[in-house]
Design a protein around this ligand. Structure first.
Ligand code: SIN
Ligand code: FE2
Length: 216
């Protein structure tokens, strides 16, 4: 093998199993990262990032927006999916084609060949932001997986068990890493530890995360 071949093959994405039903597709979205971030900027012009209120009255540290047929929202009335952005009353921006195809390819690479996302949450973490352990369970159909794309600065993802009290694994995530969980892992608790101060050439000190789901 020549050095050139060796170098190009060593930068290819690789797969890391987390548990039955869940994998990390390392660097899977690297090649698309700058385009994804440009598209996120465009989405945020239509549906700005906002820090939502939890049903308990706390302001989330993560700023969110959505695209696709359904958007996930939280306020003092609870968590839910809705077709319109509560800030504007308008439908959420369409899911960009490149978002959908990335999510479908990632799901398929993880063994979920029939993923049809209708919702994409876009999370923006500034240093100090975090997301506590939770389950993604506001969706109707748990047969479809969750596809979660990391962009920008590194974060420590927590991947727990079926119960909140199960000690989570710590999974460092970098720009371009994609986590897919479904099947027996679909309702696993997960979260993100407080984002550390860091710099990334594409995002400055921020981390972005795209989570694709089938909501309805
Ligand atoms: C989430 O669980 O919605 C976000 C996960 C992440 O930011 O990696
Ligand atoms: Fe989640």
């Amino acid at each position: 093998m020549t050095m050139d071949l060796f170098e190009s093959s060593s930068s290819e994405p690789w797969v890391e199993p987390l548990c039955e039903g869940a994998v990390v597709l390392r660097r899977f979205a690297c090649a698309d990262a700058s385009e994804l971030l440009e598209v996120i900027e465009g989405l945020a012009e239509q549906a700005p990032f906002r820090q939502m209120q939890t049903p308990g009255g706390h302001t989330m540290s993560v700023a969110m927006t959505c695209c696709g047929e359904w958007g996930w929202v939280t306020d003092t009335r609870g968590y839910r999916y809705q077709r319109t952005d509560p800030l504007s009353g308008e439908p959420w921006p369409l899911m960009p084609t490149m978002f959908r195809s990335l999510a479908v390819m990632a799901a398929s690479a993880a063994g979920y060949s029939k993923f049809e996302p209708d919702a994409c949450l876009v999370n923006r973490y500034a240093p100090g932001a975090k997301m506590g352990l939770h389950q993604d369970k506001d969706e109707d159909d748990f047969d479809q997986p969750i596809v979660s794309v990391s962009l920008g600065t590194p974060a420590m993802f927590q991947f727990g068990g079926a119960r909140r009290s199960d000690r989570p694994q710590r999974v460092p995530l970098e720009n371009g890493d994609v986590v897919v969980w479904g099947g027996p892992a679909r309702l696993r608790y997960h979260g993100v530890l407080t984002l550390k101060q860091a710099q990334h050439s594409l995002t400055g000190d921020s981390r972005y995360n795209l989570t694709f789901r089938r909501a309805r």
